[in-house]
Structures are given as structure tokens and as C-alpha cells.
Design a protein around this ligand. Structure first.
Ligand code: TMP
Length: 255
């Protein structure tokens, strides 16, 4: 692990001071938690895979004009990111009923939703990240109305793009969670950028043919085979780190 000064330790990642001001090093652990830290375990190799998967997705999103905190991958478990002020709101985008939505509204898991639905949760571990309304976000000043508009439109664009990307490799993007941050430039101008990570830890990914789960639900629900599932996502994206860091194929198109 990096010998830099540690800034913050989360459940799946550690943030260290970066090499230049305004940068951080994001280290991906193999630790897995669920149900707000009540269930703990490790998924061997998860950190390496999530570092790769998140790098790949952040780069593809940057190519379509989504600003992100990602700068570059440094090694197997670390990436250089821009330091941002995290907006304390988790954005969940859903395409198919699953998880807490299925439970809360009694809509059977696997039911396609009439349209993509965006939900917000207050990012607060002590409270268990409760579901909130847009009104809470702006009333409590967690984000301004223009910031929230930006977050909503970026989230829907990311969803459209990622649904297509995953469908191309035989995977349904059921739902996922995003986090955003404020990036301050030299003139103290603020910009909202995509932060955190996008990986099977914070997405639900189902195989198109079999509906097999290829994400952290394997751990949450004690299904087993979590490392293999994460590897299969990386393999289909063409980024399984088997022949070294310079061997990066593109995604494998499914018929
Ligand atoms: P949920 O159905 O449990 O609300 O989860 C919706 C999506 O958000 C799912 O893809 C998993 C992801 N998620 C996180 O990334 N972190 C969390 O703490 C929770 C509860 C869900």
C-alpha cells in the first residue's frame, strides 16, 4: 500500500494525499460490506478488478464529455484522482426493479420499470443512507437547485450510455449508485464532476441470457462466486488484467 499520508478510510477504499496539491490517491481494498457495514467480508482480488473496471468506465464517460474526478490509474490497486468536495447525496438510477425498490413498493424483482427512475439518499452512515426527496437536498443546502439539475441530467446521460455499453457485452444494467463532487478550479469556479467509483460494488449487473447476478448482490445474498462474477465483468469489458497492464483490449461484442 502507498506510504503517503492517509486522508480517509471508507468501507471499500482508502484515500491518500496525492503527489500534487488538489490530487488524491484512491486505493481499492478487497473488503466488502453490506447493509451499512453489518455484514463484512473480503472478495479476493476485488480491489484490483474494481480499480480497472472503474478506470475503464470513467475513461469512456470522459470521452462522451462527462467530467470526472479520475486522472489516471497508477498501479494494480491505486488511481490518481482530483480532490473534490463530495456532495452528501447518493444518486441511484434504476432501470429494472430490484433491491430496496422491489421491497419498498412491492414490485417483483426483474420487472422492467416504465422509465428510468432517479432516487436520492442522504450520504450518512449513522443514519443508514436514508432515501430522501429533491426538496431535502436543496432545503438543507446539500446541493443548490442548479447543481441538482446538473447531477440529474448527468446521471441520466451516464445511465443511457452505460446501459448501451453493458448491453453490448451481454449485461443488463439493472440499477447503480453514483456520487458527485465539487471541483474548484484556479479561479475558484465550481464544477460538478462524477466522483467515487463505478464497479460491480455499486451496480446491479445481470447476464442478459440467464439473469445471473454479476455484482455485489452475490455477497449481500450469500450466493457465492463473487470474485468470479467480478472477473467475468472485467473479461467481457476486455480489461481482465491477465497479460499485464499494457494489454487492454476493447469490449467484446456479443451477438
Ligand atoms: P438498493 O436497491 O439496495 O437501494 O441499491 C440500489 C443500487 O445502489 C444497487 O446497484 C447497489 C447500490 N448501492 C450502493 O452502491 N451503496 C449502498 O450503500 C446501497 C444501499 C446501494
Amino acid at each position: 500500500m502507498s506510504r503517503r499520508r492517509q486522508i480517509y478510510e471508507g468501507k471499500a477504499k482508502v484515500l491518500f494525499e496525492g503527489p500534487e496539491p488538489g490530487t488524491l490517491v484512491q486505493y481499492f481494498k478487497d473488503d466488502a460490506t453490506a447493509f451499512n457495514n453489518q455484514k463484512k467480508g473480503t472478495i479476493t482480488g476485488k480491489g484490483v478488478l474494481n480499480n480497472r473496471i472503474s478506470e475503464f468506465i470513467m475513461l469512456r464517460l470522459a470521452e462522451i464529455g462527462i467530467p470526472t474526478h479520475f486522472v489516471r490509474r497508477l498501479n494494480m490497486r491505486e488511481q490518481l484522482i482530483r480532490e473534490v468536495e463530495i456532495v452528501p447525496v447518493e444518486v441511484i438510477i434504476r432501470n429494472i426493479s430490484a433491491g430496496s425498490l422491489a421491497k419498498r413498493l412491492g414490485i417483483a424483482e426483474g420487472t422492467p420499470l416504465p422509465r428510468s427512475i432517479v432516487e436520492y439518499c442522504y450520504k450518512n452512515d449513522e443514519l443508514g443512507d436514508p432515501l430522501i426527496a429533491e426538496e431535502h437536498v436543496t432545503a438543507f443546502g446539500w446541493a443548490t437547485p442548479p447543481e441538482l439539475d446538473e447531477i440529474m441530467s448527468m446521471s441520466l446521460r451516464i445511465n443511457d450510455f452505460l446501459m448501451g455499453l453493458f448491453l453490448g457485452i451481454g449485461i443488463k444494467l439493472v440499477d447503480f449508485k453514483l456520487e458527485f463532487g465539487r471541483l474548484y478550479d484556479d479561479q475558484d469556479q465550481v464544477r460538478i464532476v462524477l466522483a467515487d467509483e463505478i464497479s460491480p460494488d455499486n451496480c446491479r449487473l445481470w447476464d442478459v441470457q440467464t439473469n445471473e447476478k454479476m455484482d455485489k448482490d452475490r455477497f449481500r445474498r450469500d450466493l457465492g462466486g463473487e470474485a468470479e462474477a467480478y472477473q467475468e465483468v472485467a473479461r467481457r469489458l476486455g480489461i481482465l488484467p491477465e497479460s499485464g497492464p499494457h494489454d487492454m483490449k476493447g469490449p467484446e461484442v456479443m451477438q
